[in-house]
Ligand binder design. Structure first.
Ligand code: SME
Length: 159
Protein backbone atom coordinates (compact mmCIF):
# COMPACT_ATOMS: atom_id res chain seq x y z
CA UNK A 1 0.00 0.00 0.00
CA UNK A 2 1.02 3.50 -0.86
CA UNK A 3 0.97 6.26 1.73
CA UNK A 4 -2.27 8.11 2.35
CA UNK A 5 -2.48 11.37 0.48
CA UNK A 6 -3.62 13.88 3.11
CA UNK A 7 -4.35 17.45 2.13
CA UNK A 8 -2.94 20.15 4.36
CA UNK A 9 -5.25 22.97 5.47
CA UNK A 10 -8.43 21.32 4.29
CA UNK A 11 -11.63 21.59 6.29
CA UNK A 12 -13.30 18.60 7.87
CA UNK A 13 -15.62 17.85 4.97
CA UNK A 14 -12.80 18.09 2.40
CA UNK A 15 -10.71 15.87 4.63
CA UNK A 16 -13.43 13.18 4.68
CA UNK A 17 -14.04 13.50 0.92
CA UNK A 18 -10.35 13.06 0.23
CA UNK A 19 -9.87 10.23 2.72
CA UNK A 20 -12.88 7.95 2.21
CA UNK A 21 -12.05 6.72 -1.32
CA UNK A 22 -8.50 6.00 -0.18
CA UNK A 23 -9.66 3.95 2.81
CA UNK A 24 -12.17 2.11 0.62
CA UNK A 25 -9.50 1.24 -1.96
CA UNK A 26 -7.16 0.12 0.80
CA UNK A 27 -9.53 -2.28 2.54
CA UNK A 28 -11.64 -3.55 -0.34
CA UNK A 29 -8.53 -5.14 -1.86
CA UNK A 30 -7.66 -7.04 1.36
CA UNK A 31 -9.61 -9.94 2.88
CA UNK A 32 -8.23 -10.01 6.41
CA UNK A 33 -10.58 -8.27 8.84
CA UNK A 34 -8.03 -7.42 11.55
CA UNK A 35 -5.61 -5.96 9.00
CA UNK A 36 -8.42 -3.86 7.55
CA UNK A 37 -9.75 -2.57 10.87
CA UNK A 38 -6.19 -1.73 11.96
CA UNK A 39 -5.61 0.26 8.77
CA UNK A 40 -8.95 2.08 9.00
CA UNK A 41 -8.13 3.12 12.57
CA UNK A 42 -4.65 4.29 11.53
CA UNK A 43 -5.97 6.20 8.50
CA UNK A 44 -8.62 8.02 10.56
CA UNK A 45 -6.13 8.78 13.33
CA UNK A 46 -3.58 10.23 10.93
CA UNK A 47 -6.17 12.32 9.06
CA UNK A 48 -7.99 13.72 12.11
CA UNK A 49 -5.65 13.18 15.06
CA UNK A 50 -8.52 12.19 17.35
CA UNK A 51 -7.71 11.09 20.90
CA UNK A 52 -8.95 7.53 20.33
CA UNK A 53 -10.44 5.78 17.32
CA UNK A 54 -11.18 2.13 16.90
CA UNK A 55 -13.53 -0.80 16.77
CA UNK A 56 -15.46 -2.97 19.16
CA UNK A 57 -16.88 -6.22 17.72
CA UNK A 58 -19.84 -8.20 19.06
CA UNK A 59 -18.68 -11.62 20.28
CA UNK A 60 -20.85 -13.87 22.47
CA UNK A 61 -23.19 -11.01 23.26
CA UNK A 62 -20.51 -8.53 24.38
CA UNK A 63 -18.61 -5.80 22.59
CA UNK A 64 -14.96 -6.81 22.62
CA UNK A 65 -12.16 -4.36 21.86
CA UNK A 66 -10.78 -4.65 18.34
CA UNK A 67 -8.08 -2.78 16.42
CA UNK A 68 -7.70 0.87 17.49
CA UNK A 69 -5.33 3.84 17.73
CA UNK A 70 -4.88 5.65 21.01
CA UNK A 71 -4.45 4.84 24.69
CA UNK A 72 -5.34 1.41 26.11
CA UNK A 73 -9.11 0.98 26.45
CA UNK A 74 -11.74 -1.13 28.21
CA UNK A 75 -11.84 -4.57 26.64
CA UNK A 76 -15.48 -5.61 27.19
CA UNK A 77 -18.73 -3.61 27.06
CA UNK A 78 -22.18 -5.04 27.73
CA UNK A 79 -25.28 -4.22 25.70
CA UNK A 80 -26.78 -0.89 26.74
CA UNK A 81 -23.65 0.07 28.68
CA UNK A 82 -21.92 3.38 27.96
CA UNK A 83 -22.08 5.12 24.62
CA UNK A 84 -20.84 2.08 22.69
CA UNK A 85 -23.28 -0.34 24.33
CA UNK A 86 -26.13 2.13 23.77
CA UNK A 87 -25.32 2.59 20.06
CA UNK A 88 -25.30 -1.21 19.81
CA UNK A 89 -28.64 -1.58 21.60
CA UNK A 90 -30.33 1.22 19.62
CA UNK A 91 -28.64 0.33 16.30
CA UNK A 92 -28.12 4.07 15.85
CA UNK A 93 -25.27 6.53 15.79
CA UNK A 94 -24.86 8.43 19.05
CA UNK A 95 -23.06 11.76 19.34
CA UNK A 96 -22.20 12.87 22.88
CA UNK A 97 -21.07 16.48 23.25
CA UNK A 98 -20.01 16.05 26.90
CA UNK A 99 -19.40 12.49 28.06
CA UNK A 100 -19.76 13.48 31.73
CA UNK A 101 -23.41 14.24 31.02
CA UNK A 102 -24.08 10.86 29.40
CA UNK A 103 -25.64 8.50 31.97
CA UNK A 104 -23.51 5.37 32.35
CA UNK A 105 -20.63 6.63 30.26
CA UNK A 106 -17.65 4.28 30.56
CA UNK A 107 -14.59 6.40 31.28
CA UNK A 108 -11.73 4.48 29.71
CA UNK A 109 -9.71 7.68 29.81
CA UNK A 110 -10.41 10.82 31.83
CA UNK A 111 -9.03 12.87 28.92
CA UNK A 112 -11.94 11.89 26.70
CA UNK A 113 -14.58 14.65 26.60
CA UNK A 114 -16.81 14.00 23.60
CA UNK A 115 -17.59 11.00 21.47
CA UNK A 116 -19.31 9.60 18.39
CA UNK A 117 -20.21 5.93 18.03
CA UNK A 118 -21.41 4.42 14.73
CA UNK A 119 -22.99 0.97 14.76
CA UNK A 120 -21.84 -1.50 12.10
CA UNK A 121 -24.90 -3.28 10.74
CA UNK A 122 -24.91 -6.30 8.44
CA UNK A 123 -28.05 -8.36 7.71
CA UNK A 124 -30.01 -6.12 10.09
CA UNK A 125 -27.75 -7.09 13.00
CA UNK A 126 -25.29 -4.84 14.81
CA UNK A 127 -21.98 -6.71 14.60
CA UNK A 128 -19.78 -4.02 16.09
CA UNK A 129 -19.22 -0.29 16.47
CA UNK A 130 -16.75 2.35 15.35
CA UNK A 131 -15.94 4.51 18.40
CA UNK A 132 -14.23 7.91 18.17
CA UNK A 133 -13.27 9.93 21.26
CA UNK A 134 -11.98 13.49 21.49
CA UNK A 135 -10.22 15.32 24.28
CA UNK A 136 -12.24 18.41 23.23
CA UNK A 137 -15.85 19.03 24.22
CA UNK A 138 -18.48 19.02 21.49
CA UNK A 139 -16.04 17.85 18.81
CA UNK A 140 -18.43 15.81 16.63
CA UNK A 141 -21.37 16.91 14.52
CA UNK A 142 -23.63 15.90 11.64
CA UNK A 143 -20.72 16.07 9.17
CA UNK A 144 -18.82 13.42 11.14
CA UNK A 145 -21.98 11.31 11.35
CA UNK A 146 -22.65 11.62 7.62
CA UNK A 147 -19.15 10.62 6.49
CA UNK A 148 -18.41 8.00 9.13
CA UNK A 149 -21.76 6.28 8.44
CA UNK A 150 -20.98 6.46 4.72
CA UNK A 151 -17.54 4.93 5.30
CA UNK A 152 -18.97 2.06 7.35
CA UNK A 153 -21.69 1.45 4.73
CA UNK A 154 -19.22 1.49 1.84
CA UNK A 155 -16.85 -0.99 3.46
CA UNK A 156 -19.50 -3.28 4.97
CA UNK A 157 -18.43 -6.18 2.71
CA UNK A 158 -15.19 -6.58 4.73
CA UNK A 159 -17.13 -7.87 7.76
N1 SME B 1 -16.35 5.75 26.31
C1 SME B 1 -16.87 4.58 25.73
C2 SME B 1 -16.04 3.39 26.09
C3 SME B 1 -15.02 3.06 25.10
S1 SME B 1 -13.67 4.01 25.17
O1 SME B 1 -13.87 5.38 25.37
C4 SME B 1 -12.52 3.66 24.10
C5 SME B 1 -18.32 4.33 26.08
O2 SME B 1 -18.89 4.88 27.02
O3 SME B 1 -18.91 3.55 25.35
Amino acid sequence: MQELQLKANSNKEENYKNLLPQIEALVLSEKDLIANLANISAALKSAFNWWWVGFYLVKQNELILGPFQGPVACTRIGIGRGVCGSAWQQAQTIIVADVEKFPGHIACSSASKSEIVIPIITNQQVIGVLDVDSELLNHFDATDQLYLEKLIRNISSIF
